[in-house]
Design a binder for this molecule. Structure first.
Ligand code: CA
Length: 230
């Protein structure tokens, strides 16, 4: 796996901060300061990870995501200055994997990059469409529809099971409420978000050692949920 990162950022100060951070961590990187250059670089440098500012001078970052996703599954971490949840949600629904909100700390950005690289290696392992998913102490047998935590079989309701399967199939990626509602209930209505929360709470009680401090399923307030890869 290469360690090349494409940074798409038109703000020179932020681009410099990211450059310094990546240099210290020995990542290879290139900077693109507009959307058109970014799309060319994705083709020419074949980055392992893309860090993408949403507010670009020539095009909307969301359009960059749509274009990249038409041919590539490279993880995209969105950098959003707008602080608006709808921007993050639109970016995630367009196919971004994760986001950081400006101002962000260097540690936060590096943590997100590590998660993205972990997802790439887990995708490699899933290339053969494994019938069994293993993540830390969690094991899902997709063929038998059974779930084990620390070797013990866990009994889930059909909705809890579906929810867990969707999260596991996209391990490492932040999934929006809308995405989960569509996948699990096949319909989307914001009024369903509270019931999603209820099912998530009962699922966590069954799979997490400490549901208040979840290890597997992370909450992204007002945005969605993500299963972390171990
Ligand atoms: Ca910008």
């Amino acid at each position: 796996m290469n360690n090349r990162i494409l940074v798409v950022e038109d703000d020179v100060a932020i681009a410099n901060l990211i450059k310094m951070t990546l240099t210290m961590q020995n990542y290879d990187y290139e900077i693109a300061s507009d959307g058109k250059t970014a799309l060319q670089r994705v083709l020419s440098m074949q980055p392992a990870v893309i860090i993408l500012d949403l507010g670009l001078p020539d095009m909307d970052g969301i359009d960059v995501i749509h274009k990249v996703r038409s041919w590539s599954q490279t993880p995209i971490i969105v950098v959003s200055a707008r602080g608006e949840d709808t921007d993050k949600i639109n970016a995630l629904d367009a196919g971004a994997d994760d986001y950081v909100t400006k101002p962000f700390s260097v540690d936060e950005l590096l943590a997100r990059i590590r998660v993205a690289f972990r997802r790439i290696s887990s995708d490699r392992n899933l290339e053969k469409e494994q019938p069994v998913f293993e993540n830390g102490d969690l094991r899902i047998d997709y063929l038998a529809n059974t779930v084990f935590v620390r070797g013990q079989e866990i009994h889930l309701t059909p909705i809890e099971y579906k929810l867990l399967v969707v999260l596991s199939k996209h391990v490492g990626k932040v999934l929006t409420h809308n995405f989960l509602l569509k996948e699990v209930w096949e319909q989307v209505s914001q009024s369903d978000v509270p019931s999603l929360r209820v099912f998530m709470a009962t699922l966590r009680k069954k799979i997490e050692v400490s549901p208040a401090d979840p290890k597997y399923i992370q909450t992204h307030v007002r945005v969605g949920y993500r299963m972390l890869r171990y």
